[in-house]
Design a protein around this ligand. Structure first.
Ligand code: HEC
Ligand code: HEC
Length: 240
């Protein structure tokens, strides 16, 4: 069974349904900090490749939630450390255009220029995601689906796109998952499972189709496995 087969059979709910998301628990009011941006009247210059040094200064407002080095203190915020620059850029553009709905993020990205976003993306991409720890009781089920999928439930192997060690594939737009907080991963997988989408581009249609057949237990197991996933694990598993 191929992935395109899985995806072709999935039914998409077009409308992104309102979801409680993470906003409710957010301690930092978006109005409290003004994002660091280039002057709005700056002359139109061609976009340069992301500059991590410039991005570090521009990411000061992001640090309150995502951590100075992209490793947040709280598991309600996603780790950005080590995430691919293009993936970060794409997400910020989707927040701006409301394709990816987040009241919290909206307040911080609207005034960022395209160059700011590339620089910030380059900065977080240059950092290293701190490995987490998986729940020993969930690892086996999580690993089985991550590496092999679930044929009966029409779920493809996550590693086919996100790679065995969770580093993803920047060229194809497949994000890094390794070490990501289980709380955040659970929330995203549940939202897609419940019909939420990130717009109607081909890339955004993949995950809602992938998660269709997952049970709540599967989602918890995958999220825990992903939080504990790092390069060394993938190697030792592959060597078994
Ligand atoms: C007040 C807390 C807060 C601040 C400040 C904040 N974020 Fe976020 N960010 C969030 C939350 C919450 C999410 C998860 C949104 C969702 O999916 O519901 C998120 C998600 C993201 C994502 C998507 C991550 C992924 O793995 O898909 C990116 C990229 C991001 N933020 C970048 C930024 C940048 C750049 C800044 C600074 C300009 C910033 N954030 C400031 C709370 C914050
Ligand atoms: C066919 C390729 C493909 C497969 C298979 C796949 N994914 Fe994904 N995944 C993607 C793409 C593409 C995105 C980003 C979507 C976007 O940017 O619109 C993504 C995003 C994600 C995210 C959000 C990451 C973040 O930082 O917000 C999570 C979590 C995730 N996938 C988990 C999984 C799990 C768990 C599986 C296996 C059950 C899986 N994926 C299988 C392509 C895939």
């Amino acid at each position: 069974m191929s992935f395109s087969h899985v995806i072709a059979f999935a039914v998409f709910v077009g409308a992104a349904l309102g979801s409680p998301g993470l906003q409710a628990a957010d301690p930092v009011a978006p109005a409290a900090a003004a994002p660091a941006t280039a002057a709005p009247d700056a002359p139109a210059v061609p976009l340069k490749p992301g500059d991590a040094t410039a991005g570090q200064a521009k990411s000061a407002t992001c640090a309150a939630c995502h951590g100075m080095d992209g490793n947040p203190a709280s598991s309600q915020y996603p780790k950005l450390a080590g995430q691919h620059e293009d993936y970060i850029t794409r997400q910020v553009e989707m927040f701006k255009s409301h394709k990816r709905d987040s009241a919290v993020m909206m307040g911080f990205v609207m005034s960022l220029s395209a160059q700011d976003v590339h620089d910030i993306g380059a900065y977080f991409a240059s950092k290293v995601s701190l490995p987490g720890v998986a729940d020993a009781k969930l690892v086996q089920r999580g690993e089985a689906i991550y590496r092999g999928g679930d044929r009966n439930a029409n779920v493809p192997a996550c590693m086919a796109c996100h790679s065995p060690d969770g580093r993803g594939n920047p060229g194809a737009g497949y994000p890094q998952l390794a070490g990501q907080y289980a709380d955040y991963v659970t929330l995203k997988l549940k939202e897609w499972h419940d019909g939420k989408t990130w717009g109607d581009e081909d890339r955004a249609k993949i995950m809602p189709a992938v998660v269709k057949g997952l049970s709540e237990g599967d989602i918890a197991a995958l999220a825990s496995y992903i939080e504990g996933l790092h390069a060394a694990d993938a190697n030792s598993t592959a060597a078994k």
